[in-house]
Design a protein around this ligand. Structure first.
Ligand code: BGC
Ligand code: BGC
Length: 863
């Protein structure tokens, strides 16, 4: 550990110096020296004449022979079509809007090339709309794009969706285990089959394109997207990239390619998303060699399998945002790997390129992006892009190349001939969503992905004719077993009722033991009417997606030991305990493992919870039903410090190595694991700062002055400011703050000792939201303030908004975090996430201070 950490630290410092230089552009030569560490002296001198911070060395990357030879018929058809296209139409073609922010009529008017549904979007503003409404809306978009008035210039729109573990946005669809679980199966044939079913179900509901597979090779498991990764090691990612792309799109050599239930696939996120030190949208500081050999491993395989689109990553490599990285997007991917499909951006990802914003980014197109994902910003982007093409800031040649690539993919996929989505073969066969055949494959995937970490006294397999207690909050909880990207973006706010064809883990156990002469008793808290012969406790992480899943320590549930106490209680009662651990990543769970007789890593199995019972139990006749087959595709940490332990990490030993996974008849006893938690960072709430009147962990009510020195706010008042409990939705769930006439700008709100990092959240999509009530008129300047340590803060004026609010009425306000960053906030160390300052007299009540996503109802930066 010591050596590795030290090396990594040195590496980071060197990199850090490189960024600092390139950032300040103190010395262009120094920049080129930094990015040229892998080069020979000859190459170095050749390149140094044109220092380019976004360069790469394409010749060092694998060259690929794409499986689809150039088709002269298609190319001449594109030529003819493009000759008839106006510049406006070309610009429309390279823009993708979200169905929550665009109408079919606008798709027609602007001739947009594509639409998507983001994680929280659905037909008619309803993310939970029934399948038939998705198909009906797909028809509307199609019809709009193929409006006969457009004549021969009509180009069908394509709809992209995150079918990342099945057609998982749609109620009733088969939800497969997340990728981390598939990694544990090592079964590429199964992965291909899962791709086929995912594509078919997606096709049935009318979408043409899925933003999958994720090819991240995740190296620090604190990242909230670890479960989207097949493995920490390139070997599995390489193999599965090919299997999944072929499953989704069909074999490029077969007539079914992109037809008959196959959809367009998107390998994502290019490139290096898994190497950002556990932070979403962060920087990957690897050398070019590591980038290529570790993080890049899946892409040559995906291109060779015929993948038609690649999604650019939000992350940066060595400080350069991937959406603006010409060296990797153009020189490596399109040049060296001969990728001839198109590169789509990620959700407003182009807006993060220096000099860009979500409505303007010639740099991204010029670097090699072909289609902007501009969910809610498409209109402004359209206007600006058009102007930039007309002004020559985006060369016509580049625009033409982007359009050509998009048309090529549409033609290859036969979109022009397929007709509107509901008329395609199998479309609208909603009975196939979650069909028994599809579910059987998902259930097989669950069986194959379970990894047995411990099996004391060969407790498993269990006999069926027993009395089984099924406990833990994951036992009968389908959303929890599905994880993020399920029906909603975060996979939260939903219940078992929304999964008509699914089985919870408990439901599967109950069916199995009943059929085998036993009984099952469900109790989340582990109480029982009759002493059980065995307890199966299902617990683990609650659903999350993207940055919401970023954690600061790899220890499982460090501030809440409810599950541990449950295991210990059962064990103390002399009941053998089987733990079924639901998680999107390996977590330090030594205490829970010690407190269990058998411990199964079940990952995020999806809708087929019954696959768990298939493996835990014998057959009714006592013979073996299904032995464990899963093997870790991620190293399992021995200490809470090992968030970045990976295969072949020298001397450092994980608790369970890559490839580990017991079978029934292995020696299943293990030595007790160290329960030393070491230094866990103190609990600090990073999302919900004030809930039901209570400050989140790590925060308290404070009064602060300009230099950012907090003093706890006492009920007796400070500086004449008083503070009283008031009611929002319940008794005393709000606070009323009263500034005297000479408020003097004193700030009152929530502060703490630990600076939290909200950099990722400041990307322009996340807001600080709160409920407020104006109790007495505003008499001076009022601001919402965030602080980042002493003499570091940013204020957003809100007096105009408060002035226009009716007195005595609760209202909601949302301010983009990026407004504070623009005002000079260092979002990486926030010590006060919410303060209100007032110059004059004011009485204001506040409640429920939280981070919120979505850009609707967001006020401009200060009003
Ligand atoms: C994610 C992508 C996803 C896209 C569309 C982004 O925030 O990073 O993985 O495909 O949204 O939902
Ligand atoms: C969308 C997701 C997207 C995310 C980006 C959400 O509002 O629903 O699809 O990935 O924003 O941060």
């Amino acid at each position: 550990m010591e050596t590795r950490t030290a090396n990594a630290a040195t590496e980071r410092t060197v990199m850090g110096a490189c960024f600092a230089l390139s950032f300040l552009s103190i010395s262009l030569l120094a920049v080129s020296a930094c990015s040229q560490r892998d080069k020979s002296p000859a190459q170095r001198s050749a390149a140094s004449s044109a220092p380019n911070p976004s360069s790469a060395h394409p010749d060092d990357w694998p060259s690929v022979e794409p499986p689809i030879p150039e088709n002269t018929q298609i190319e001449s058809r594109i030529n003819a079509l493009m000759a008839a296209m106006s510049v406006e139409q070309k610009v429309g073609q390279i823009i993708q809007a979200d169905i929550a922010s665009v109408t079919p009529e606008e798709v027609r008017e602007y001739r947009l090339g594509s639409v998507l549904n983001g994680g929280n979007s659905g037909p008619g503003g309803n993310d939970l709309a029934p399948a038939k409404e998705w198909l009906a809306l797909a028809d509307k978009f199609w019809d709009a794009s193929m409006d006969p008035a457009l004549g021969a210039a009509a180009i069908p729109v394509i709809w992209g969706s995150d079918s990342v573990h099945g057609d998982s946005n749609i109620i009733g669809a088969t939800v497969f285990p997340h990728n981390i679980a598939l990694g544990a199966t090592r079964d590429s044939d199964l992965v291909r089959r899962i791709g086929e079913i995912t594509a078919l179900e997606t096709w049935i509901t009318g979408q043409d394109w899925t933003f999958a597979p994720t090819l991240a090779v995740v190296r620090d498991d604190r990242w909230g997207r670890t479960y989207e990764s097949y493995s920490e090691d390139p070997e599995i990612v390489r193999e599965f990239a090919s299997a999944m792309v072929k499953g989704l799109q069909g074999d490029p050599k077969s007539p079914d390619f992109l037809r008959n239930g196959h959809v367009i696939s998107s390998a994502k996120h290019f490139l290096g998303d898994g190497g950002t030190g556990g932070r979403d949208q962060g920087d990957n500081a690897s050398s070019e060699k590591e980038l290529r050999e570790i993080h890049g491993a899946g892409y040559p395989a995906a291109v060779a399998a015929g993948v038609q689109t690649v999604m650019a990553s939000y992350s940066s490599w060595q400080g350069v945002k991937m959406h603006g990285h010409r060296g990797l997007l153009t020189d490596v991917l399109k040049g060296r790997m001969k990728f001839d499909g198109f590169v789509v951006g990620d959700w407003n990802g182009h807006g993060q390129v220096p000099g860009c914003n979500p409505e303007s980014c010639p740099a991204a197109i010029n670097a090699g992006l072909d289609m902007f994902m501009a969910p809610n910003t498409w209109k402004g982007l359209y206007k600006n892009t058009l102007a930039q093409v007309n002004a020559g800031d985006i060369p016509m040649k580049r625009l033409d190349d982007a359009v050509r690539r998009i048309l090529r993919v549409k033609m290859r996929a036969g979109i022009f001939e397929k007709g509107k989505p509901s008329t395609r073969p199998m479309a609208g066969k909603f009975e196939l969503l979650g069909s028994s055949e599809h579910r059987a494959v998902a259930r097989q995937a669950v069986r194959e992905s379970l990894v047995l970490l411990k099996n004391e006294n060969k407790l498993l397999p269990l006999a069926l004719n027993k009395h089984v207690l099924v406990a833990g909050d994951g036992a009968d909880n389908i959303p929890k077993q599905c994880g993020g990207w399920t029906l909603t973006w975060q996979g939260t706010g939903i219940s078992n009722k929304l999964f008509p064809h699914a089985d919870s883990i408990y439901a599967g156990i109950r069916q199995a033991v009943r059929a085998g002469g036993g009984t099952a008793e469900l109790s989340v808290k582990g109480s029982f009417k009759r002493k059980p012969d065995v307890a199966i406790v299902v617990f683990g992480e609650n659903p999350y997606a993207e940055f919401r899943g970023d954690i600061r320590t790899i220890a499982y549930s460090p501030y809440d030991d409810r599950d541990l106490q449950l295991l210990r209680k059962l064990k103390a009662a002399g009941i053998p305990v089987v733990s079924v651990f639901l998680s999107g990543r390996p977590l330090w769970a030594n205490r829970e493992i010690n407190a269990s007789d058998a411990f199964v890593a079940a990952w995020l199995p999806g809708t087929e919870g019954a696959g768990v019972a298939d493996v835990l139990f014998r057959k009714a006749d006592g013979s073996v039903n299904n032995d464990f087959r899963g093997r870790l595709s991620f190293s399992w940490p021995r200490s809470p410090l090992q968030s970045a332990i990976n295969r072949n990490d020298g001397d450092e030993k994980p608790a369970f190595t890559y490839g580990y996974g017991l079978k029934y008849y292995d020696k299943g006893s293990i030595q007790p694991l160290s329960e030393d938690v070491g230094e866990i960072p103190p609990a600090v709430e990073t999302q919900a700062f004030l809930v039901r009147g209570k400050p989140g962990a790590g925060w308290q009510w404070v009064v602060s002055n300009e230099s950012g020195i907090h003093k706890p706010f006492t009920d007796s008042g400070t500086q004449g400011i008083t503070f009283a409990a008031s009611d929002f939705k319940a008794q005393e769930d709000a606070r009323t703050i009263h500034w005297p006439t000479a408020g003097g700008g004193a700030r009152v709100g929530l502060g703490g000792d630990v600076g939290i990092d909200l950099k990722r959240e400041s990307n322009g999509e996340v807001s600080l939201g709160f409920d407020y009530r104006v109790d007495e008129p505003v008499t001076g300047a009022v601001n919402v303030v965030m602080e980042c340590g002493s003499s570091c803060s940013a204020a957003v004026p809100i007096q105009a908004t408060l002035q226009s609010a009716p007195r005595g009425e609760w209202r909601h306000m949302k301010i983009l975090l990026s407004c504070f960053e623009k005002g000079g906030l260092d979002a990486s160390r926030i010590t006060a996430p919410f303060l209100i300052s007032s110059d004059g007299a004011l009485a204001l009540s506040v409640a429920e201070v939280k981070l919120e996503t979505g850009t609707s109802d967001v006020m401009a930066c200060g009003k």
